[in-house]
Write a protein that binds this ligand. Structure first.
Ligand SMILES: [Zn+2]
Length: 457
């Protein structure tokens, strides 16, 4: 969704009205600055009025919510919101809206709800081709592990990626990103991990870098070469780990291609000790961990991640009491990926247990070709309610403010807060925000605004 895909819908809106002299505006909009600069500047202000309900309105110092606080979703009913260029300027109750506001365009949202865009803190959307055959294999009774043993799984994606030129890889991946933005995602984390060679990993991360340059949403890149042991190192896992630490990491750091480092800490992949070594090496390059742990087995990956002050631990389908205990001593965000559980038919993350223990929780898609070929955060929010017994308030908190925390973007996105990016969803007319997870499978989104501009839906 580069600039070319955007279009200006202001012609469909109420004609612009610019008023600078209203006394009521003086304090609210720092009128001194406006009088001097407004007409000469490139500022574009859009006022949204008669919003049925404005969700997730937070002060700027709130970066995440945990435990009982997750059940509270701060909202303003019958609200207005004013944006300027790419950021949120002001909001409040309609009854407090001054009679004349200096706006270039006014949008009437009667009956519609506004909420911040989803923050998807865990994806693998840079990949080549698809794995529909494995989907059919699983329908016919093969397990994830059996498919992996037959050369499927991550190694299958690695082979396809190796055969795909960088330009084609970018084109396929950018299409997926455009799709998820249309579904309401306004910030995303993207991992490498299908290269499994120095060239392949760099190719993936360069594609992410190009996305950062072309798309107007926060994008974070995570180096995940320790996603699987490639065939060339089948009986030499330590040799591969050496390659990751001594060749790939320095190259990634030199080109400044990653924000975070990740390891698939799981039986048959990388042990707790391997994870410890790789995360320690990543630290030398300033890469904070976000780690795949406890998907099929609870091995101690949570503890090693907490030891390395991981920003998040993701999956957590298998959780022991000691894992909860370790997380309570940390600033690490637990992240659940319910559409992966749905697709693979594996247990769901025990979200109730996590939240009821006082911890925060974030929700993400895990969009990838093998275990979650979907980047639909609306479905994730529904699944969290249906399968993990989150309330709509908890699920929306988990998919916005806590998602932003889990990708280190709380300062820019995740809530309706003055100064944050004007990335938000306008729903179709719906009875309440609970309708979003309730009416699963329906598209309740009318428009997604990114950087203060409407995108095509
Ligand atoms: Zn993943």
């Amino acid at each position: 969704m580069g600039e070319a895909r955007r279009h200006d819908r202001f012609d469909e809106m109420t004609p612009p009205s610019i008023v600078l002299s209203n006394a009521g505006i003086v304090r609210r909009f720092f009128i001194v600055e406006i009088i001097v600069n407004f007409e000469e500047s490139n500022r574009l202000r859009t006022l949204f009025k008669n919003i049925k309900e404005l969700l997730q309105v937070r002060a700027c110092n709130v970066t995440k919510v945990a435990g009982k606080d997750m059940a509270i979703l701060p909202t303003i009913e019958e609200a207005y919101m004013l944006i300027e260029n790419d950021h949120i300027l002001d909001y409040g109750k309609m009854q407090d809206l001054p009679e004349e506001v200096p706006a270039d365009a006014v949008v009437d949202l009667t009956g519609k709800i506004v909420l911040p865009t989803w923050c998807d803190s865990h994806t693998h959307i840079v990949y080549a081709g698809n794995r529909e055959q494995e989907f059919v294999d699983r329908i016919n009774g093969l397990s994830y592990e059996q498919i992996a043993q037959r050369g499927g799984g991550i190694l299958n994606s690695a082979k396809k990626l190796g055969d795909t030129p960088e330009e084609e890889l970018y084109r396929e991946s950018a299409q997926r990103l455009e799709e998820v933005i249309r579904l309401g995602t306004g910030a995303i984390e993207i991992k490498s991990g299908y290269g499994l060679t120095t060239d392949g990993e760099l190719k993936m991360l360069r594609a992410v870098k190009r996305m950062k340059e072309h798309f107007h949403i926060p994008i974070k890149a995570t180096f995940l070469a320790a996603h699987a042991v490639p065939s060339a190192f089948k009986n030499n896992k330590d040799g591969y780990i050496d390659l990751v630490m001594n060749e790939m990491l320095p190259e990634v750091a030199k080109e400044n291609l990653a924000d975070y480092i990740d390891v698939f800490c799981e039986k048959g992949y990388f042990s707790v000790e391997d994870t410890d070594r790789i995360l320690s090496e990543g630290e030398k390059y300033g890469l904070r961990p976000k780690v795949h742990v406890n998907q099929f087995n609870a091995l101690g990956g949570v503890q090693i991640s907490v030891k390395h002050q991981a920003l998040s631990v993701d999956h957590l389908e298998e959780m022991r009491d000691e894992d909860i205990h370790s997380l309570k001593q940390s600033d690490t965000m637990p992240v659940a990926l319910p559409s992966c559980s749905l697709f693979l038919g594996i247990p769901y993350t025990p979200a109730r247990k996590i939240i009821d223990s006082g911890l925060p929780l974030a929700l993400a898609t895990d969009y990838n070709p093998g275990s979650t070929p979907s980047g639909n955060m609306n479905l994730v929010v529904s699944l969290a309610c249906m399968k993990m017994r989150l309330t709509p308030e908890e699920a929306i908190n988990a998919a916005t403010i806590n998602g932003a925390y889990a990708m280190g973007s709380s300062d820019r996105v995740g809530s309706i807060t003055a100064g944050k990016k004007a990335n938000f969803i306008i729903t179709k007319p719906i009875p309440s925000y609970g309708f979003l997870p309730y009416a699963f499978g329906s598209n309740n989104i009318e428009t997604v605004w990114i950087d203060g501009k409407p995108t095509e839906v």
